[in-house]
Design a protein around this ligand. Sequence first.
Ligand SMILES: NC(=O)C1=CN([C@@H]2O[C@H](COP(=O)(O)OP(=O)(O)OC[C@H]3O[C@@H](n4cnc5c(N)ncnc54)[C@H](OP(=O)(O)O)[C@@H]3O)[C@@H](O)[C@H]2O)C=CC1
Ligand SMILES: O=CC(=O)O
Length: 342
Amino acid sequence: MALCSAFCPRISTNFRPKPFSSFPSKPLLSLSFKVFSSQATDASSQDKFSGRVGFLGLGIMGSPMAQNLIKAGCDVIVWNRTKSKCDPLISLGAKYSSSPEEVAANCDVTFAMLADPESAIDVACGKNGAVSGMGPGKGYVDVSTVDVATSKLINEHIKARGALFLEAPVSGSKKPAEDGQLIFLTAGDRSLYELVSPLLDILGKSRFYLGEVGNGAAMKLVVNMIMGSMMASFSEGILLSKKVGLDPSVLVEVVSQGAISAPMYSLKGPSMVKSQYPTAFPLKHQQKDLRLALGLAESVSQSTPIAAAANELYKVAKSYGLSDEDFSAVIEALKAKSQDTA
Ligand SMILES: NC(=O)C1=CN([C@@H]2O[C@H](COP(=O)(O)OP(=O)(O)OC[C@H]3O[C@@H](n4cnc5c(N)ncnc54)[C@H](OP(=O)(O)O)[C@@H]3O)[C@@H](O)[C@H]2O)C=CC1
Ligand SMILES: O=CC(=O)O
């Protein structure tokens, strides 16, 4: 089986990193650390990550993730294309560097949470990109949602500098990011995975190690392909219920009590009924993920007609200016469609 899965449930709720002042400045891989043990139950028997952490990309997801690292006592250096987004984190104690290269040069491990394949490649491999600041003893953890080819490309560039690479896209949205409840889908250098596990456990509730680079990206795309189709189908149901004279709020309640119940429906349904779409997961990113998932399916000649239809709907929603709304705004594309054909 290509995807060798080792599920490691969250075991650390009481991880206490060293205070800022005691962080050593020597390279990460020469720091002593114990491998995070699934048997460990108390703080004394758990690993502590005591290196300096870089964070590139402070959008909806990156900001709360960096914030949680700072609040846990990590020594964090941030960078974002739009510098003003660094300010709240600097107020919390983060340091700032003026380029991804500088962050990577000054940190033991650098995380990146970027919009899409293009920005992930640019921030890693472009001019003054993180790759230029990497070297032996350092690690790069890309938590953005990208395709397999992008992840492999970044891996190659990082490896060429003698550093380690882990892809670690996340399942879970704005609130799970704020609450440290993300699910990490990791693949790549196992030693880096083990080293940063205490950090992943600050940020998330569980982590999967899936083997070679590309498997994490592929898993994330499959999950989000399902999610995008579910949301499109839910939208059709809400509109159909309304059109036949039912109360869509009651539909949301009925769905929440049955076998097709999903937290996503209970979370988004009530606001969708009110035509409100406060952004947690931008619609443009969901369409990007469907596009990339369709590419993944194409690469293995897998038929995905439901995802293809859903992708078309998100494209329509984008053409109506809904890119930055929450992905649940895809329902508006159906409303517009029914008006167009009325
Ligand atoms: N929101 C969610 O619920 C989830 C999102 N994801 C994935 O996480 C990633 C980030 O999502 P999210 O935080 O919501 O997205 P946002 O759109 O809020 O943030 C995107 C980040 O990428 C940066 N960026 C975009 N283009 C470039 C570029 N050309 N060069 C440098 N930086 C760039 C932005 O910088 P700037 O501030 O300057 O625009 C910003 O920091 C995406 O891959 C998404 O699919 C995964 C799980 C959940
Ligand atoms: O990628 C989005 C998510 O909610 O997970």
